[in-house]
Design a protein around this ligand. Structure first.
Ligand SMILES: [Zn+2]
Length: 299
């Protein structure tokens, strides 16, 4: 959990640029300065402020060292696929037919469940006379004239696949001081220290390192203006400038910075504004591929 107080302590934070972004984000969400007063820490004795100033807890840091020797997998296979279906489209299919003895247009039309006029028109026939061995093209209305594969994929996967949501995004009571209203800027995913944290989507690592209350953090820039932040990590396993795929192990769960227990604090930004990570986790993309005829059932 990371509770954000928009007080002076944050201004001194080395992560200034990012904090500015959070401020802008809140400013646009709330608009009036009075909104900030709801979130801000009024009491000087606030535990949150104290922890922000204190930064990394030395004892926790030493504890986290114990997992440093563990081997981490490079990737964790988490499928973003939500659904994978084949959708059939009705339409006209052209079937070839070789005229047999005693065939008439009426009989052929009947056997293909179509009309004489349609066969005549398609084959540019001026009369109903047929020749033995003549090849006709019969236009037939079918339910499965063409098909497409429709795959729905999540834009973001849960960054700690085996975890429990312990705190959601939004306003809430400060766990360090129940008389204080604070703004929770992300989604908390509880897991043991050392549990792998994966990149929620493909992107480029744009920040790694210590960041006050956030502790060891990673920020990844994704396509379409999305950015994700992973905080309180015990270890960071990627470097700035690295391109990471969805599912790439980028860090390990910890409790560095202001954290009440081992968990990942996950934030999502869209065009510089904080959004609810759970909204992002529910986003899907649709991929439609036209299937070749050979893959359509019945052909
Ligand atoms: Zn949090």
């Amino acid at each position: 959990m990371l509770v954000l107080s928009l007080g002076t302590a944050l201004q001194a934070n080395p992560f200034r640029k990012f904090d500015d972004e959070i401020q802008r984000s809140h400013a646009s969400a709330g608009s009036s300065p009075s909104v900030f007063r709801i979130f801000s820490v009024s009491s000087e004795e606030s535990e949150v402020l104290r922890l922000f100033e204190q930064g990394i807890n030395q004892q926790l840091e030493e504890e986290d060292e114990s997992v440093a020797s563990l081997d981490f997998p490079k990737y964790i296979e988490v499928s973003p696929v939500v659904s994978n279906t084949v959708v059939h489209e009705p339409g006209i299919l052209i079937k070839k037919y070789v005229v047999q003895k005693k065939d008439t247009l009426t009989r052929i039309a009947k056997s293909f469940a179509t009309e004489v006029a349609k066969i005549k028109k398609h084959n540019a026939l001026t009369s109903s006379a047929l020749k033995l061995g003549q090849t006709l093209e019969i236009p037939v209305q079918v339910k499965q004239a063409s098909a497409s594969r429709v795959i729905k994929k999540k834009l973001f996967i849960l960054p700690v696949p085996q975890s429990k949501i312990t705190s959601r995004f939004g306003r809430r009571i400060d766990p360090f001081n129940k008389y204080n209203r604070v703004y929770h800027t992300g989604l908390d995913l509880a897991a043991k220290v050392g549990t792998p944290v994966v990149s929620a989507a493909e992107g480029e690592v744009i920040f790694t390192g210590r960041n006050g209350g956030y502790g060891n953090s990673v920020i990844i820039q994704h396509k379409n203006g999305y950015k994700t932040l992973y905080a309180h990590c015990s270890q960071i396993l990627v470097e700035v400038g690295e391109t990471v795929k969805m599912g790439r192990v980028i860090a390990a769960v910890g409790r560095t910075g202001t954290a009440t227990g081992a968990h990942l604090h996950f934030e999502v930004f869209l065009n510089g504004k904080l959004i609810n990570p759970e909204t992002a986790l529910n986003l899907t993309e649709k991929f439609v591929t036209k299937l070749p005829k050979s893959e359509i059932a019945g052909f």
